[in-house]
Write a protein that binds this ligand. Structure first.
Ligand code: NAD
Length: 556
């Protein structure tokens, strides 16, 4: 599974096929998904074990990575491996129906939960930033976010532009692991798209994977292409090499107001994510190592300029929203007191879906054969033919999405639908319609699995934004319900101190036992999301809870 490439750099790639290298399919799935997270086709910086999202890592260091691999290979079917911030620390005898792996990443006692303290502990080799699906081994490349971004842009189109982004100019920045989904999600919705990205290599990567149409260094050229496409109502995406903190104010200065403005730079991390302006990119990278404090100061100053431009676009009529990278929080902390006039995307577009237990359901074919995913695509479309937007998404994904690493698919499914699909996939494994087991998981950005007051739980109806009991209950519940592995993380999406969230993965291996566990976990997981929103007083969630007979002792 690990080879050296031509230049002697180590490359990790998950095993394929239906032959076990571990003692059971749950361990095998964890092993392959860990390796898949670090596949050079999947990870942003595999040599540093960084999967995506600033420094979101799959294991603490290479020594830990190999120890996890060895542990998974030896792990019995009644044992549970404990991962403490990317390091395997213990194996206990539990029981067959328990998760094979339990993961806790980047957890800090609240009063110590700052980036400074985190970095101090990280430098001592004691912790690791796991983002959301990096340290919980269920990242599936840029496709994972593509569907969420597609849904968000579609919801924006519905809310503000009568259902389509054709003839609309969408401006954003950051074309990294997650942000790289924006151009394709925008053009799938018909938009003329301009994405500002400071790292040329990231833009090239989006071109290679077919997520982006063209690249330029020249703002004049970029604007000409985009504005022409807007006029002709043509969908096109342009990546501009530049710094957002320079480019946005310059577009403003020219009096050009896009229809939609958002951002996916890694502003949640002012040292290893956001890149300051006023300094050439390469020099900024050196400064990051040589003088981190100065770098952070420059990054904060740039974020202020960046957000001020976003606010100005909003005042001039653009639909502006924060896309979950805490750029408003950073700007606010550094003096932009009106930063939160920019609404967050969950509150603006996604929460109504969460109230129905709807969220990001993803699956991976352990066979490595794309045909297995195409078979599951058919199964999804057969199962929910009445859901037109779901069918449209699957069809579009089939033509536009190039697989990275193990073939995978994502679509948003609701309560009841997830359990139904899980059982169908299990049946497909049992009958041999697919060649090896299917791994089912999700993002931590989901209905009941995250507390993140600047993002998923912003402006909750009852003010419960910072209540973090829900993700903990989510993880505990999924563990006892029989997930294959469960993770709790701190700091994903928006950064250290700002979020607590949980992930789960459950493996369809075709057995009767897993059928029962799939149904249970894929019910408890979105079910808790409905409970969370019903408890907060959302009418829709209360209605859905009642409709499905979800027991809530204090719901009137
Ligand atoms: P990433 O680190 O892989 O990519 C960020 C990109 O921003 C990099 O390519 C970097 O070069 C670029 N960048 C940094 N500063 C810049 C600047 N000043 N101007 C132009 N480009 C700049 O991160 P990612 O995985 O793409 O995630 C991006 C952000 O979005 C993160 O903060 C992440 O937490 C957040 N996020 C949001 C969602 C969501 O659902 N909305 C999901 C995942 C991540």
């Amino acid at each position: 599974a690990e080879v050296l490439n031509q230049v002697g750099v180590r490359e990790v790639r998950a095993p394929r096929g239906n032959v076990l290298t571990c003692k059971g399919w749950a361990q095998e799935a964890a092993l392959r998904m860990l390796m898949n997270n670090l596949d050079p086709e999947v990870a942003e910086k595999p040599e540093e074990l960084i999967v995506y999202g600033g420094t979101g890592k799959a294991a603490r260091n290479w020594e830990c990575f190999y120890a996890i691999v060895e542990s998974l290979k030896e792990l019995e079917n009644d044992e549970t491996l404990l991962i403490q911030s990317g390091k395997p620390v213990g194996i206990f005898k539990t029981h067959e129906f328990a998760p094979r792996v339990l993961i806790s990443n980047a957890m800090l006692v609240p009063a110590w939960a700052t980036w400074d303290e985190f970095r101090r502990l990280e430098a001592l080799g004691l912790t690791m930033y796991g983002q959301m699906t990096a340290g919980s081994w269920i990242y599936i490349g840029t496709q994972g976010i593509l569907q969420g971004t597609y849904e968000t842009f579609a919801a924006c189109a519905d809310k503000y532009f009568s259902g389509t982004l054709a003839g609309r100019f969408l401006l954003t920045s950051g074309l990294g692991g997650m942000g790289g989904a924006q151009p394709l999600a925008a053009t799938m919705n018909g938009a003329a798209f301009l994405g500002v990205e400071v790292d040329r290599k990231r833009i090239e990567r989006r071109l290679q994977t077919g997520y982006l149409d063209m690249m330029t260094d020249n703002l004049d050229e970029a604007l000409e292409i985009v504005l022409k496409a807007k006029e002709k109502k043509e969908a096109v995406s342009v990546g501009l090499v530049g710094n957002a903190a320079d480019v946005l104010p310059e577009i403003l200065r020219r009096g050009i107001i896009p229809d939609i403005v958002t951002d996916q730079t890694s502003a949640h991390d002012t040292l290893n994510g956001y890149v300051p302006n006023g300094i050439p990119y390469e020099e900024a990278l050196e400064l990051r190592k040589k003088d981190p404090q100065k770098y952070i100061q420059m990054a904060k100053r740039s974020i202020v300029e960046h957000v001020k431009a976003m606010l100005e676009f909003k005042r001039k009529g653009a639909v502006v929203f924060d896309y979950g990278n805490n750029i408003r929080g950073e700007a606010y902390a550094n003096g932009v007191k009106d930063a939160f006039e920019i609404p967050g995307f969950v509150h603006e577009f996604i929460r109504p879906l969460f109230c129905e237990g709807r969220g990001p359901f993803r699956w991976v074919a352990l066979s490595g054969d794309p045909e297995d995913i195409y078979a599951t695509d058919e199964a999804v479309m057969r199962t929910f033919p009445e859901n037109k937007s779901l069918v449209r998404w699957i069809q579009k994904a089939r033509t536009h999405v190039k697989f990275q690493g193990l073939p995978a698919r994502i679509c948003w499914l609701g309560y009841g639908e997830r359990a139904k699909m899980g059982k169908i996939f299990n049946e497909m494994v049992r009958t041999g319609e697919v060649k090896a087991p299917i791994v089912i998981g999700r993002d931590h950005l989901d209905t009941g699995s995250v507390a993140s007051p600047n993002r998923e739980t912003e402006k909750m109806k009852d003010g419960s934004d910072a209540i973090a009991d829900w993700p903990i209950l989510n993880a505990l519940l999924n563990a006892v319900a029989g997930a294959s592995w469960v993770a709790v993380h701190h700091g994903g999406g928006v950064g250290i101190g700002l979020s607590i969230h949980a992930g789960m993965v459950v493996v369809a291996d075709g057995t009767k036992e897993m059928e029962i566990r799939l149904e249970r976990v894929l019910t408890t997981d979105p079910g808790l999301g409905i409970v969370r929103h019903a408890d907060a007083g959302y009418e829709k969630a209360i209605e859905v809870a009642k409709k499905h007979g979800i027991k809530m002792p204090m719901l009137k």
